[in-house]
Design a protein around this ligand. Structure first.
Ligand SMILES: Cc1cc2nc3c(=O)[nH]c(=O)nc-3n(C[C@H](O)[C@H](O)[C@H](O)COP(=O)(O)OP(=O)(O)OC[C@H]3O[C@@H](n4cnc5c(N)ncnc54)[C@H](O)[C@@H]3O)c2cc1C
Length: 301
């Protein structure tokens, strides 16, 4: 009843609402049971209003970007899963290399916009399959770059309903870490500052990073990217490989043969398969190397 009434209020705010939405359809791992209510807000204002409605009803809210760094439980998610529409045709404006972008925008759209405007700085991010908001929340990075290198500020919605412009130093961005994790804030937009460069040179660097991804990563299978964080002084993939776990399988989940840092869904993997595989990998690596592997992927539910 509570959810039916909430669904109606969300629709009145021009949100798209889906009841019992299978999270497997909304995550790159293709794993996860149903979300009671999946609400796609057209913009930050509507998202703020949905959050307020959930707060009044004391309903839990999970914020979803593009679902590329998540492992959702087989039981699904109770309450509301909220996301911002990822309008790929959003009007992006650039002034002196400074671009303001909505959080729901796919990162690759921002990368292409930068490239087409002869701006350097986001090449590392080309090929990271998330949204701009997800990249800020996770401080996404690759090939020696990270979003923190180009970010100026972000606008965030807080659980108490306030909206704040947050400057870079306040975001406490670290390795796959941001202050938004502790504050449970939703990033609704971000401002990046890029550097003018020859468009051909920018394109060449992007293509090179993409080539390396295709060569090294099992992109033909559903996954959530690197499953574990890089432990200081090591590479998770190398430790897992040295422990003889390449190809190690539990149900439909497998340590990729191509890149041991990736856990892939070979078909029909459940969250329970992945969790069981991940803990066995952690145990063996700890036994063999004395290193504790910490998941980078966010466990939901
Ligand atoms: C093939 C593959 C390759 C990858 N390569 C890389 C890589 O090179 N480097 C890298 O860093 N990551 C990589 N990833 C992981 C992932 O793409 C990044 O972490 C990305 O930033 C997640 O963005 P998302 O929008 O998909 O977030 P989601 O997976 O939807 O969410 C991840 C977390 O962020 C939160 N979140 C999402 N959006 C917001 C928001 N607007 N406000 C507040 N919280 C939010 C969610 O609640 C969740 O806790 C890869 C993943 C895949 C599948």
């Amino acid at each position: 009843m509570l959810l039916t009434e909430l669904a109606k209020s969300c629709r009145a705010l021009s949100c798209r609402v889906e009841e019992n939405a299978p999270m497997a359809h909304f995550t790159s791992f293709k794993i996860g049971g149903p979300a009671d209510l999946l609400v796609t807000a057209p913009d930050a204002k509507a998202a703020g209003e949905v959050l307020a409605l959930c707060r009044e009803r004391e309903l839990p809210v999970l914020f979803l970007g593009n679902g590329t760094n998540m492992l959702v439980s087989d039981e699904g998610v109770r309450g509301v899963v909220l996301r911002l529409a990822g309008d790929t045709t959003a009007e992006l404006a650039c002034r002196d290399g400074v671009i303001s972008c909505p959080a729901g925008l796919p990162l690759k759209v921002l990368c292409r916009f930068a490239r087409d405007n002869g701006l350097a700085g986001l090449e590392f991010a080309y090929g990271i399959p998330g949204t701009v908001g997800g990249a800020v929340f996770m401080n996404a990075g690759a090939y020696g770059g990270q979003i923190a290198d180009v970010l100026c500020s972000a606008r965030a919605l807080y659980p108490d309903g306030s909206v704040r412009e947050v400057a870079l130093p306040e975001m406490k961005l670290g390795y796959r870490r941001s202050v938004f994790m502790e504050e449970k804030a939703v990033v609704v937009s971000a401002v990046v500052r890029l550097t003018p460069d020859d468009p051909q040179a920018v394109t060449a660097r992007m293509e090179e990073f993409l080539r390396r991804r295709r060569e090294k990563q099992p992109l033909e299978y559903p996954s959530a990217g690197s499953f574990f964080k890089r432990p200081e002084g090591y590479f998770a993939g190398a430790l897992i490989e040295e422990s003889g776990l390449k190809g190690f399988t539990v149900g439909g989940a497998q340590v990729s043969e191509k890149h041991a840092g990736f856990v892939i869904n070979r078909g029909g993997a459940t969250c329970a398969d992945v969790r069981s595989l991940a803990s066995r990998v952690q145990e063996k690596v700890l036994r063999d190397h004395g290193v504790e592997l910490e998941p980078e992927v966010r466990f939901i539910g």
